[in-house]
Design a protein. Sequence first.
Length: 323
Amino acid sequence: MARIAVTDGMSAKAVEMLENAGHEVVLRHYDPDEISSGSLAGFDAVVIRSATKLPAEQISASVSSNGGIRFIGRAGVGVDNIDISEATLRGIVVCNTPGASTRSVVEMTMGHLIASTRNIATADRTLRNGVWAKKQLRGSEIGGKRLGLIGFGRIARGVAQAARSFGMVVHAYDPFVENAIEGITMHDSVDEIFSNCTHISVHCNLTNETRNLVNTERISTMPGIGADGIDCGNHIVSCARGGIVDEDAAHQALESGQLRSLALDVFESEPLGPSPLLNHDSFHGSPHIAASTLEAQARIGIEMASLLIEFFDSGKTSTSLNF
Ligand code: MLT
């Protein structure tokens, strides 16, 4: 029997699977100070989402001379909140659930793209304030425009498929994708995405190379005129990771009009505190909920519970990020 700490929540079905397999599940959030003082060392495994951070010092505080965690489960995709090298050094297996939330994040990205180009949030706000802003809220279509995808993994491919069904012309840049992909114009540099596309969606990981990748200089090269000749302005969406879009630069671009809309589900610092973006009508925000659907969380929970059961039954997993 293993003791499993679940710090950022898990579906009831997944907890039931683990308990039926004989494991003890403790559902409780531990703050960084508690983790630093060894609160996780009494567990065999920990399952986190993005709210719990496990840098090197937290991982070393979670192992002890007579045990401690042997498995870190990331219930979701991004692993920028885990020091995987430190985990590997200590023999701790790290697993995520890379495909389980794809459809939810694709839908959220398309939702933000359409909401921001059609001013849906502003329309709702003004309507509630008793203003019938029919004349002021003219948007632009996404059909006939160039959509640039930065990163071309599972989610970006889903977005490409959905965007093409709306008539968008899809461009992409991903240094890890070598093959040509039918219907997609692949580029050799991220700069080419900015200079060609009026609409951009971010789908890469947060790394030292991608931090502030969306910055003043690059935004200033976006064309503003759609492939169909319409003055649709420039639009950026990110449901990937905070820190990839330079929020100050994006705010300045909204102020200057170089960006006509910005939609972010993820922020450099979460939860988002006071931010000038929140005063801007052309900013559409959400609190990191792209993967927060009933369906994605159910799939993530079942996949994670299966990995944990496999690991504690056999000492290994069929898929892991480091072993
Ligand atoms: C993920 O990486 O899976 C998503 O950003 C969702 C999350 O972290 O909660």
